[in-house]
Design a protein around this ligand. Structure first.
Ligand code: HEM
Ligand SMILES: [Cu+2]
Length: 559
């Protein structure tokens, strides 16, 4: 019995019901509502983080510091980095996972719905609280998204409540929200899978979210602890990190990066999961090496805990420790390489369907190869000491956080938008958005690599005129990237209101989420399915979700 993907799902009134916006402004515990709340809220923070970076690039289009004063410039890149990491990349993927995980594993909701809603509402409040620091007489935090002492606790303004105080309290608050999410996801994935969905029948997106959330639970408390100690040094005169009073600022660096390097995998693992869902769907091919890709997710999780010192090769780290962490850093390349190889082998000799989700996924994978190779280069001590704190580093991580992960998030939104809204996005606008983004992202971040090799350091608002050429290119690219979001916003709003009705499975994908209605009913499935096969098994029935008695009910629900 195959599921007819073209049966359109729900009646107009049910789609209208979906458009009842009030639910999104309430304390709602339905994981689908919370998922969309996360995605919309974090996208607003993405726009704010983007505007901050446009001002930064506006300043850097000329060698002179002639747009904003230097103190404000410090605040701009500090809040840009902080907003983009803690209010866009990490929580947006929590939003995606919130919407998808229960649907993918055949559950009615997350394990702790109330905790889920609380964890969400911390995000808008934490974000507004952080951004309100721009209004303080002291100005906002200025010590970068790392907030290294002793710079971060010097408090030049002398105000007891200053930008750094607000930064630290926001990081602590947002961390609590993430830890709540970690408990919820790990419990849901381990305890609430449908009958028959054994570990090696879980979609890769589920594996990557599980891996990312295990990293959050294991490493994030260390950052929260370090932020609390720094807050005490700043506000109550303790001296955990004050060298003059016997404290150790390098200890803070260890604690910060013990979380913040695994954090880059908290950010990239779900993106890898998105690629592993989209590429089989648009090649109609089973994912090559499914089990190796699943295990590689856990492999990355374990190895990523033992590489953090590669951020401190220039912090007086002893040679033996540098060599040790150079090797562990190189080791991360193995499980990551397995994933890139598996996606390539899945695409190989397949008939590609280049719809917008697939374009963004392919673009993201290609970009990841550049981000990954420059990462391996930075892992080599000799090379890193040459380019540490230069634009090579800025270029490298933007190839990951923007060109790979943000592209993956766009791919995911285009892919699951029909499931979430019951409507199709406009394909033409989607393609315009893709090409403007792909060109803009490379024009912005590629010139940063040679800039760094030539020695231009980061976090400066004026520089030697010899660097002008590449900076002009990077700034023009950034403005193009800013413009590229406009067709996306227009497409999403117009399609959500009046897009073509979507079938349950418009992309002929094989996941459990595509067997229920678009949008799904309150508890997702009329009857909890029983899983019989590994995912991505094209051409073979996977779920005995349809026995005669329920078929009518499911058809009523659009199947
Ligand atoms: C929208 C396009 C973006 C542009 C044009 C952009 C541009 C920049 C520039 C020019 C800097 C260096 C500032 C300096 O060192 O003086 C920077 C720093 C940074 N960016 Fe972006 N960025 C963008 C998107 C993102 C995204 C999506 C993330 C996600 C995590 C991100 C995270 C960071 C971080 C963490 C820093 C370091 C801040 C610091 O030095 O403390 N950026 N960005
Ligand atoms: Cu790292």
């Amino acid at each position: 019995m195959t599921i007819n993907p073209n049966i359109t799902s729900v009646s107009n009134s049910e789609v209208r019901q979906e458009l009842n916006w009030k639910r999104y402004f309430s304390f709602n515990t339905d994981h689908k509502v919370i998922g969309i709340q996360y995605l919309v809220t974090t996208f607003i923070f993405f726009l704010i983080g983007g505007v901050l970076s446009m001002i930064v690039r506006g300043e850097l289009i000329t060698p002179k510091s002639d747009l904003v004063d230097r103190t404000l410039y410090n605040g701009l890149f500090t809040l840009h980095g902080t907003v983009m990491i803690f209010l866009w990349i990490i929580p947006s993927q929590v939003g995606l996972a919130n919407y998808l995980i229960p649907l993918m594993i055949g559950a009615k909701d997350m394990a702790f719905p109330k905790l889920n809603a609380i964890a969400f509402w911390i995000i808008p409040f934490g974000g507004i609280f952080l951004l309100s620091s721009f209004l303080l007489p002291s100005g906002t935090a200025q010590a970068g998204w790392w907030s290294y002492p002793p710079v971060s606790i010097q408090n030049p303004s002398g105000y007891p409540i200053n930008g750094e105080t607000i930064w630290l309290l926001s990081i602590i608050l947002l961390g609590i929200s993430s830890i709540m999410g970690g408990v919820n996801f790990v419990t849901t994935i381990v305890r609430m899978r449908a009958p028959g969905m054994t570990a090696f029948r879980m979609p890769i997106f589920v594996w990557t979210v599980l891996s990312a959330q295990l990293l959050q639970l294991f490493c994030l408390p260390v950052l929260t602890g370090a932020a609390i100690m720094l807050f005490f040094d700043l506000s109550f005169g303790t001296n955990f990190f004050k060298p003059a009073l016997g404290g150790d600022p390098v200890l803070y660096q260890h604690l910060f990066w013990f979380y913040s390097h695994p954090a880059v995998y908290v950010m990239v693992l779900p993106a890898f999961g998105v690629f592993s869902e989209i590429i089989p769907a648009f090649t109609r091919n089973p994912l090559f090496g499914y089990r190796s890709v699943a295990v590689a997710s856990l492999g990355i999780t374990v190895v990523s805990i033992f590489v953090w010192v590669h951020h401190m090769f220039a912090s007086g780290t002893p040679s033996w420790m540098r060599i040790l962490f150079m090797f562990s850093t190189m080791l991360v390349g193995v499980p990551t390489g397995i994933k890139v190889f598996a996606w390539t082998a899945t695409i190989w000799k397949s008939k590609l369907h280049l719809d917008t989700p697939m374009l963004f996924a392919l673009g993201g994978v290609i970009m990841f190869v550049i981000g990954g190779i420059t990462g391996i280069m930075l892992g080599a001590v000799a090379f890193d000491l040459h380019v540490n704190n230069t634009y090579f580093v800025v270029g490298h991580f933007h190839y990951i956080v923007y060109n790979t992960i943000t592209m993956a998030i766009f791919a995911a939104i285009y892919f699951w938008f029909p499931k979430m809204t019951g409507r199709m996005c406009h394909e033409g606008w989607g393609k315009i958005h893709f090409w403007l983004t792909f060109i803009g992202a490379n024009l912005t971040f590629f010139p940063m690599l040679p800039l760094g090799l030539q020695g231009m350091v980061r976090r400066v608002s004026s520089y030697d005129p010899q660097y002008a050429g590449y900076n002009i290119l990077a700034s023009l690219g950034a403005f193009l990237l800013g413009m590229a979001t406009l067709p996306f916003i227009a497409n999403i709003v117009a399609s959500w209101l009046n897009g073509a009705r979507a079938a349950n499975n418009p992309w002929h994908a094989t996941g459990l989420e595509w067997t229920t209605a678009s949008p799904p009913p309150l508890e997702n499935f009329a009857k909890i399915p029983t899983v019989t096969l590994a995912p991505y098994s094209y051409g073979q029935p996977q779920y005995s979700t349809v026995d005669t008695s329920d078929e009518e009910a499911l058809r009523r629900h659009g199947n």
